[in-house]
Design a protein around this ligand. Sequence first.
Ligand SMILES: [Ca+2]
Ligand SMILES: [Ca+2]
Length: 228
Amino acid sequence: MKNFVLSVTLIAILFSFLFSCSDNKPSSPQPTATPTSVATIAPLYVDDFEDNNYVNVFNTNWLASANGGSSFLHGCFIYSGDNKNGAYAMVLSATVEAAINAGAFYYGTSYITTGIVANATPVNISVYSKMKFSAAIDGYATGSAYPYFYVYMNDGSSITAWKEISNTFDPVFKEYVLDLSSFNVSGGALNDLYTNLKQIMFYVDVRSLTQSDTADVQFYIDDIRFTQ
Ligand SMILES: [Ca+2]
Ligand SMILES: [Ca+2]
């Protein structure tokens, strides 16, 4: 009987505690309710190469070059081997010599460009906040040479913007995401460039403290696009 009373008392205390917890709980503010639907803007593709042609969003044709000393372009073409999304990507293959004196170092350059800026139909990317692409920067360098990978954009008149991406080879094909607000700019304002973009260039330069160091470069790129 004593145990029974004790048990009932404990149960009563327990219920009392539970209810009191519940009763004393501060009334939580109700969410003020907001529709969470946000208008999504589809990515704008510069090119995913799935059309297997060299025309891109600017209605120009992809081109490539290599410059400096004995630098030369082995090729730049649409490709269906490794390092791609879907069926096709683009690959640049070049030997680049660090032959141009930049003061603090020597360099040579290789690049892929969307095409001839004078022929480009301008594109407005001002509603987007990021440039994305998949890439691999494969190759090897002699001496103290290293690759210097950056993106360059311009409006065909005065405004240019650029951003360094990496300064090491990275043969792993992966996605790169660049914040458009983080580009360096000269000749005007980023916003003015982004309403009138006419050209994008992907550079793989080779730099060295020693003149005539060289690097062989295989640069793969795919799914170049702007997103929110
Ligand atoms: Ca194309
Ligand atoms: Ca592709």
